[in-house]
Ligand binder design. Structure first.
Ligand SMILES: NC(=O)c1ccc[n+]([C@@H]2O[C@H](COP(=O)([O-])OP(=O)(O)OC[C@H]3O[C@@H](n4cnc5c(N)ncnc54)[C@H](OP(=O)(O)O)[C@@H]3O)[C@@H](O)[C@H]2O)c1
Length: 282
């Protein structure tokens, strides 16, 4: 039996992970803003479900809950940073408060969770971090700039931290799902105040999708299958740094990386031309 700590377990990937892990006999420390969403699982699985109310943007509470979970459960094998939401609209349409909240939820809270859990994982001789990132941390679309800022940001954080943590037997996996059938696109998002200047562009188009005037984006991802793939990856002895999930995610990442590599190769001579004269040309 392994023990998991998961944020944002009231719906979507967090809920599917919690359900599947309890079903297979693991123990889950599930955190959520609304604890009653877990009542049915508590009734079914008893002590194997440990629960704590947590808004991940409350850093003091986050540290307290992480400390209490390790103290009460003894050992936690996998820590999953999952809580998050999308902020949509052109950058100019967003309020300062919407931007701060998006960064605090999707980016800063994940960093604080990592920092709060790391000493415990080191003390117990190792463990695993799973970050629910997004294909939106590898590619970018208009009208989602702040969401992309959080997901590209958390990719950079973990790629660096993974190398710091490897000597302690702590693995890191960045999960990069494509569009999936959770509450993410159906109401649990925030959107800026529309400005007429953007009405005919991608931001206006997104609003028309949300209002039902235009068909929504295809959502190929099955959250239950995505949760199962995350669990299977954490069962592997070596953590894969990235887990790209969904046919859309795979196609988007492949095209984006090919384009970037082609642009990089085209810019080789220019890049080398800016070295100081005493640098040996290679
Ligand atoms: N679905 C997709 O297409 C997709 C694709 C790529 C990545 N993702 C990522 O997947 C993660 C999970 O989202 P989901 O798709 O499963 O959507 P979801 O069904 O809306 O679930 C999001 C979860 O995050 C929680 N949450 C949001 N803000 C929180 C806060 N401040 N404190 C604590 N919990 C908070 C929500 O809690 P409440 O119920 O209290 O709001 C909910 O439990 C997110 O990080 C998202 O960016 C989703």
């Amino acid at each position: 039996m392994r023990t998991w700590f998961i944020t944002g377990t009231s719906s979507g990937f967090g809920r599917h992970l919690t359900e599947q892990l309890l079903e297979r006999g693991d123990r889950v420390a599930a955190t959520a803003r609304r604890l009653d969403t877990l009542d049915d699982l508590a009734a079914r699985h008893g002590d194997r479900l440990w629960r704590a109310r947590l808004d991940v943007t409350d850093t003091t509470a986050l540290r307290e809950v992480v400390g209490r979970a390790f103290a009460e459960l003894g050992r936690i094998d996998v820590v999953v940073s999952n809580a998050g939401y999308g902020l949509f609209g052109a950058a100019e349409e967003l309020s300062d408060e919407q931007i701060d909240r998006q960064l605090a939820t999707n980016l800063t809270a994940s960093i604080h969770l990592a920092r709060a859990a790391t000493p415990h994982l080191r003390d117990q001789g190792g463990g695993r971090f799973v970050q629910v990132a997004s294909i939106g941390g590898q590619v970018a679309f208009p009208a989602m700039s702040l969401y992309h800022a959080t997901k590209w940001g958390i990719e950079g954080f973990w790629e660096s931290a993974a190398a710091e943590l490897a000597p302690f037997g702590i693995g890191v996996t960045l999960v990069e799902p494509g569009v999936a059938r959770t509450n993410f696109g159906t109401g649990a998002f925030a959107i800026g105040d529309p400005l007429p200047a953007y009405a005919d562009g991608p931001s206006g188009q997104l609003r028309r999708m949300i209002s039902g005037e235009l068909p929504p984006l295809p959502a190929p991802g099955d959250p239950a299958k995505i949760a199962a793939a995350i669990i299977a990856s954490a069962d592997q002895p070596d953590a894969p740094l990235r887990l790209t999930l969904g046919s859309d995610a795979h196609a988007l990442a492949t095209a984006a990386l090919r384009d970037r590599l082609a642009a990089l190769e085209a810019g080789r001579a220019l890049a080398h031309s800016t070295d100081a004269d005493d640098v040996f040309a290679s």
